[in-house]
Design a protein around this ligand. Structure first.
Ligand code: HEC
Length: 367
């Protein structure tokens, strides 16, 4: 069984759906807290940025599909919007100075890829191809200038494979250049920040059918029902202090996260892991600025994430007391609680994170 979330990015559409837990408010796990929260200029961040906004891009001509000298060509591409149906696509061959309306190939459906086409007579001279789309909710695909004004711009070009700042939907440009008598197309002005989709959520393949209607017993449910709400709902019994956490951390966490969570360990992942402590005031839209203390909105996420995901190679092996102690240790290192404070189901949700109000819900109507 598959989960389809129309308008959301592809990786949210879980391929092998095995279970659904309904909660009354956002779960505020790691992904809601840190990842789907792109930074904006000025230090605030969008929250729950899951919908794909109106976008179009040219697929032909494109690199690898070179055009061989002056003549008549078809410019073609894809437009879509997570908010509705595509109503119009304009195409330019002179970098946005003049535009013509493209034909839309049927069917033109809500929240679906829509092919657009436009004849183009190329005289062999310089050309910059662009497309721009509109949807029936009244949204226009932003120009690059509009996008940068609203969302900011990274200071340096990031690595190609990095996940940068989500959901770049501005107009992209393709330029032509002559090479050895043949004209080729290349990317003229790159689209930074650029979003890459990763497969983040996927269940295991089902060996023997979907198992629909098979009753689950309480123990089965309890084993995966481990999400913690920001108000503390779901926190298990137990507790721990920073001093207890320090001992566990030195043994089970420091090999990757460095002594006292200072980071700097190389070789674990392609890029060194971010420190678990500190974090400068946010002055840039680079996702690398995000730390627990300067970004995460809820303290409960530290418990939730550590319990379900850490240590990285042995997830779900920590006892609840250990997770409380480690959470206390990380919060104390960040001076968010006192060194002798005990973290438990009552005290942890009361720890107020400094950036609690640093978010703007991106699509309140879609919540
Ligand atoms: C084998 C290496 C390894 C070990 C051991 C390990 N971690 Fe991690 N930890 C990682 C990696 C890798 C990430 C980043 C994961 C990602 O980005 O998806 C991470 C991320 C985290 C984060 C989120 C940090 C952030 O700012 O996003 C926390 C909190 C954390 N680990 C706590 C712990 C604790 C507590 C322990 C000890 C119980 C531990 N880790 C042990 C590799 C490790």
């Amino acid at each position: 069984m598959r989960l389809l979330l129309p308008g959301y990015e592809g990786n949210m559409n879980v391929k092998y759906l095995r279970r659904i837990k309904l909660v009354e408010e956002p779960a505020m796990g790691y992904w809601e807290s840190k990842i789907y929260a792109p930074l904006l200029p000025g230090g605030k961040a969008y929250q729950f940025y899951l919908l794909q906004e109106v976008k179009s891009f040219i697929t032909q001509p494109s690199p690898g599909l070179s055009v061989k000298g002056p003549g008549l060509y078809e410019i073609s591409g894809i437009a879509y919007s997570g908010a509705g149906r595509i109503t119009k696509v304009l195409v330019s061959a002179d970098g946005g100075k003049s535009w013509g309306e493209a034909a839309l190939s049927e069917p033109v459906l809500s929240k679906a890829f829509t092919r657009f086409r436009m004849p183009w007579r190329w005289d062999g001279g310089p050309a910059v191809l662009q497309s721009r789309a509109w949807d029936d909710a009244g949204n226009a695909q932003p120009t690059r200038t509009e996008f940068v004004a609203a969302r900011g711009q990274l200071k340096a070009a990031p690595p190609v494979a990095a996940v940068l700042n989500q959901h770049f939907n501005a107009v992209t440009s393709w330029g032509s250049r002559a090479r050895g008598g043949q004209a080729c197309l290349r990317i003229a002005s790159t689209s930074r920040p650029l979003g890459l989709a990763l497969c983040l959520v996927a269940g295991a393949a089902l060996a023997d059918g979907p198992g629909l209607g098979k009753p689950l017993n309480e123990a089965d449910i309890a084993a995966w029902d481990i999400s913690i709400q920001p108000d503390g709902k779901g926190l298990p019994p137990g507790g721990g202090t920073a001093a207890q956490g320090a001992r566990i951390f030195a043994e089970k966490c420091a090999p990757c996260h460095g002594p006292e969570g200072k980071g700097g360990v190389t070789g674990v992942t392609a890029a060194p892991l971010p420190p678990l402590v500190g974090g400068d005031p946010i002055t840039d839209i680079s996702a690398a600025m995000k730390r627990i203390a300067n970004f995460w909105p809820y303290s409960t996420t530290v418990f939730d994430y550590t319990r379900r995901a850490m240590p990285w190679q042995q997830p779900m092996t920590l006892a609840n007391d250990e997770v409380y102690a480690l959470t206390a240790y990380i919060l104390a290192l960040n001076k968010l609680i006192g060194e002798n404070d005990t973290m438990n189901a009552q005290t942890l949700p009361k720890v107020r994170m400094p950036n609690r109000d640093g978010f703007i819900v991106r699509f309140p109507d879609a919540m």
